[in-house]
Design a protein around this ligand. Sequence first.
Ligand SMILES: Cc1cc2nc3c(=O)[nH]c(=O)nc-3n(C[C@H](O)[C@H](O)[C@H](O)COP(=O)(O)OP(=O)(O)OC[C@H]3O[C@@H](n4cnc5c(N)ncnc54)[C@H](O)[C@@H]3O)c2cc1C
Length: 470
Amino acid sequence: MRLNPADERFAETIRAELGHDVLRPVTERYLEEPRQRFVGQAGLLALPRNVGEVSALIRLAGDAAVPVVPYGGGTGLVGGQVLPHGPAPLIISLERMAAIRAVYPTENILLAEAGAILADVQMAAEGADRLFPLSLAAQGSCRIGGNLATNAGGVNVLRYGNARDLCLGLEVVLPNGDIWHGLSRLRKDNTGYDLRNLLIGSEGTLGIITAAALKLFPRPQGVGTAMFQVASPEAAIDLLSVSRDQVGEAVSTFELIHQQGLQFLREVLPDIRQPFPTPPQWSVLIELGLSAGQNPSEMLEAIYVAAEERGLVSDAVIAQSEAQRAELWAVREQIPEANRLIGSVSSHDISIPISRIPEFIRRGAEVVAGLGPFRVNCFGHLGDGNLHYNAFPPPGHKKAEFAAQSGAVKRAVHDLVHAFGGSVSAEHGVGRIKTEDLQRYGDPARLQAMRAIKTALDPKGIMNPGVILP
Ligand SMILES: Cc1cc2nc3c(=O)[nH]c(=O)nc-3n(C[C@H](O)[C@H](O)[C@H](O)COP(=O)(O)OP(=O)(O)OC[C@H]3O[C@@H](n4cnc5c(N)ncnc54)[C@H](O)[C@@H]3O)c2cc1C
């Protein structure tokens, strides 16, 4: 269906129903996205205060056939939070719906409005002596509605799962303006189709999430953090097994780091203190969340000894203080920033069956080398089989010089991922960037079912047009 722009006439319709306070001037930040691939069109910006206002806005947008872009913290990495082409949209930001509605410590549940910033949700859980484990570098800006809409991953997936696994229920405004009151606190409820899991990961294309019931966990009583030098990606995978044999589910983070990332840090962020005097070829950041009575350093030492006996590790730095822990984390968390400053020719957020990762890394290096003199920085959530696999220009060159090869690199890497039975979007989503990939690699029957669902729920196509299904 043909869509119309969110223009002054539509603004008047909104003001007539909802008053003058809901619309705000569209400032730059609502039109930008971190990768700087797209610039959004301005249209109108609405900041609703409650689910009733969201419902009214969606109903009006449906009546006027105006496109709607749901907006959380704007940190999404696949361009879903901006609409660069077509009629200018109504941007609906959830930032004024940021309340923690309730915490139920005995049930281990927290109810948050969608605009709550992830770090605030974590703090509210901590205030009740509980843990909300979703954790990512953007947690000071991203909002829980955005996290659920993208099914965010992060550094604790290994133990606690993705955003999807941390959600029990949702309150959602559907594309026709109906409110689905699904804010369930039930852990068992087998009553038909699972709308919650349909909405999670739908990137604003099937409705607007306005609140969520989130799962909490006991807070670890001790935290152990270390960086281990490992002989190879195979050794890293074996180290994960050894760690789990030693401490079971206490392993919450297991991040692979390649020498290239550490060299980039030295080049562009030299103030970041690195654990080893010479950047090792491969290392792993490991974190344990332990119960009372378990000594973090002793547990990490036990893992090291067991791994050393098998020839998997050659050195380690075990954090002895909160400051040292922060230093080790800074190394991992600043690698994306170093990548950004160097400038990648092509970046890939991929997942591969874990046991095939070493072979993939070898084949990937050959494939990329066959296309040009690129440097590859391969790092990420090894425990989840999720790698960030990025190609960079050779030293002394800029990414712009290789712009013409960017598409070929991406295609070659994604073809290889597909051949390895992997996914071309492990945790960032499809957004606008990966729509062609979804068409190319997606299962035809699944794509057909997805289109049928989209058409049934959003027949006018107002919700985030161009995202996931173009
Ligand atoms: C430095 C950095 C590190 C990151 N690290 C990770 C990481 O480790 N793991 C990871 O998974 N991601 C990571 N990301 C990506 C990003 O933080 C996540 O995708 C995050 O979940 C997006 O949340 P947001 O609130 O910023 O959403 P936005 O960017 O505002 O929106 C993202 C998408 O969700 C839709 N949306 C937003 N709110 C709603 C809502 N209430 N209802 C329906 N749809 C909505 C938007 O329309 C858009 O399609 C990182 C990003 C940055 C900048």
